[in-house]
Write a protein that binds this ligand. Structure first.
Ligand code: GRG
Length: 288
């Protein structure tokens, strides 16, 4: 399987579904709809919704059954980035080489666009065909992005700026801020594909491992990759990252071990015969 081709084809599928499900940009009050679309169609990889589709297919479902919930996950991811870029949080003027939402539309509209993306995500989930599945997904997704998940991780991140490196706190931040939504993306795909409880258990472990690996890799790319070259190094020094605690070599080793374990976990049911296998490898090797 050509993973790059797989990611490209599925990202196109997600983009076309997102285009269908977002409010039109000329709908009154159009500025907010423009800001929402600007923040969603920004060249993102769509790795989270692709994980949902891949998990759904892995347990024998049709990816169309997971498509709307997968879009909801991407809207939540977009909301988190818009709010993360705000002056009160990370104060980033650029996102993927373009002005961040608040730079383009102003702070008030960026706050509201983030809120609107989050709200729209739950609207999409509520429209799923099966009420029982909808409830389960609502529970998993809302927990993953709550103060026990993504927001909790972000709060801990803010509280630990300019503090001494601390491994348990770092682990909490990475598994909550980034890992929780990635893991939920895999879980909801499994639920919508009608996976068994045992499969859900297996894929939850897989999701936790790749979620943490994804953020470690992000920390590495902040220093080594293109992103790193565009960053202000003083800003990076204030952050608690894998590199600030473990250094580059050990961070790379830990990321590769997590990916190795994630791949191994798939063996129980599917071996390498699932796109999730290649996606895990892609996360470990990614350059962007
Ligand atoms: C609720 C006020 C409020 C703010 C929310 C929770 C939060 C702010 C932000 C956390 C989100 C964040 C920046 C997590 C880091 C995760 C990460 C590695 C983001 C980049 O993900 P990619 O590489 O991005 O998938 P693309 O551009 O491909 O979509």
């Amino acid at each position: 399987m050509d993973i790059i081709e797989y990611l490209k084809t599925n990202a196109e599928l997600i983009d076309s579904a997102l285009n269908e499900c977002l409010p039109p940009e000329d709908e009154y009050p159009d500025i907010i709809h423009k800001a929402m679309r600007y923040s969603v169609f920004n060249g993102g990889k769509r790795i989270r919704p692709i994980l949902s589709l891949a998990a759904c297919e892995t347990v024998g479902g049709k990816k169309e059954d997971a498509l709307m919930a997968a879009c909801a996950i991407e809207l939540i991811h977009a909301y988190s980035l818009v709010h993360d870029d705000l002056p009160a949080i990370d104060n980033d003027d650029f996102r993927r080489g373009r002005p961040s939402c608040h730079k383009k539309y102003g702070e008030a509209m960026a706050i509201l666009a983030g809120d609107a993306l989050l709200t729209h995500a739950f609207y999409l989930i509520s429209k799923g065909k099966n009420p029982e599945q909808n409830n389960r997904i609502l529970e998993d997704v809302s927990y993953a992005i709550s103060t026990f998940g993504m927001i909790g991780g972000q709060v801990a991140d803010i509280l630990n700026e300019n503090k001494q490196p601390d491994a348990p706190v770092l682990q909490y931040i990475h598994t909550h801020k980034t890992g929780a939504l990635i893991c939920a993306s895999v879980k909801i795909g499994c639920i919508l594909g009608r996976g068994t409880e045992k499969e859900l258990d297996t894929l939850t472990k897989y999701g936790e491992l790749i979620g943490l690996a994804f953020q470690i890799k992000d920390d590495i790319l902040e220093i080594e990759g293109e992103k790193g070259k565009m960053r202000n190094s003083d800003e990076e020094k204030s952050k608690l990252t894998y590199l600030s605690v473990y250094g580059l070599k050990e961070s790379k080793y830990q990321a590769s071990q997590l990916i190795h374990k994630a791949i191994h976990i798939l063996d129980e049911f599917w071996g390498s015969n699932t796109p999730l296998y290649q996606i895990a490898k892609f996360i470990g090797n990614r350059e962007y």
